[in-house]
Ligand binder design. Sequence first.
Ligand code: NGQ
Ligand code: ZN
Length: 461
Amino acid sequence: MRLRELHCPVALLPEGWAENVLVKFDEQGWIRSVRTGVEAWGGAQASGPVLPGMPNVHSHAFQRAIAGRTQRVGPGEDDFWTWRQAMYAFARRMTPEAVEATAAQLYVDLLKSGYTAVGEFHYLHHQPDGTPYDDPAELSRRIVSAAREAGIGLTHLPVLYACGGFGGAPPSEGQRRFLSDVDGIGRILAAIAKDAADDPQLRVGLAPHSLRAVTPEMLRDALAALDALDPTAPVHIHVAEQTQEVADCLAWSGKRPVAWLLDAMPVSERWCLIHATHMTPAETAALAASGATAGLCPTTEADLGDGLFPAPDFLAEGGRFGIGSDSHTRISPSDELRMLEYGQRLTRQRRNVLRREGFASIGLGLYAAALEGGAQALGRPLGRIAPGRRADLVVLDADHPLLYGKRGDDVVDTFVFSGGPGLVRDVIVGGRHVIRDGRHEREDAIAAQLRRAVERITRAG
Ligand code: NGQ
Ligand code: ZN
């Protein structure tokens, strides 16, 4: 259902909390006006505090299908690289139908947890043996159609993946479905950009997978191809997630991955460096100064044993970040933000570590930072209840016992540290009321379609 306005008893505006806020939308889903101190008179009324919806900057939708399937002990020690083998083995089994069904269910679950837009870092392009589908953009189109079915905003990021390691090392068997050259990825980009032209819910960008997966020449050519299409489109890349990757990059180039990228590439506001876990203080300061965002995925980074992002230094340098759920072991913006702070508390033996100037609360400071950084990373006007931004809103459940008697910053701290997705009651994306009273109108059909797809791929073994 499309709304034209929403009256909010309390809303988080760019300037802070405001009461009796009337937000008006146009039919394309843009916020037209925001007025405060307006009494409700019978139009659509939010049942609780209203926050800007959270952008999710990093998703591999198909990996939701492996949630709970990678926690078994292996023959030797388990690490990121043994997880990756298990992930590759499962990725082989994904049919186009399974990709779409998994993504549609995932996107409904993202909405229910308070995410209203997602950056899909999409590298499953081809058939299991590496042959392109008849339509080379087949699986990208499946992602777009899943996002449309769920009603979530999408920044589609087709991945350029060509090598198996630094210095143009050959790819492995398990990477066949991901491989393309610059022209191939350009064709997928152009196909999806056509769909995005008249859809304010959709944007495209480019994702060179990592410095392991592309050569510097390819990276330059791909950026040139992207610029020809859209010189402001987002660029996302995995970087410095594992210490092995740092060591390999040093052996190849004499530089650490983040330093290499900042020196060799025009890293700017349009870039989002995913993970950037392992940085020296100089790299941390330089990344912050570049204006690029760090795409932090704390629950996945914990699950994969990556290490801790140097968040206190990065924030002190004015660094910008967005959050992502990456492998989707957990789906919850509050989990990502809480883990970001708790990682620091556990190692420093202190409380309230990630403080930000102008914010009295940790939860709100981090939530607000992730809104701004997330909007920047996804290249869409999100993250603020303000005219000209997308009407992407989350209504918390004022009837939830955790929120009794709470006001202002305590509401967001309760969401981030205690309530999580259970506090999300209604979600509006681009003016469409996609989650009502905790339910998505198509959730039964979407779950049924997933069940069928899972049964088929499980049977096919
Ligand atoms: C991915 N995931 O592309 O899904 C990666 C693993 C890799 C994370 N880095 C594969 N969390 O980096 O080679
Ligand atoms: Zn990733």
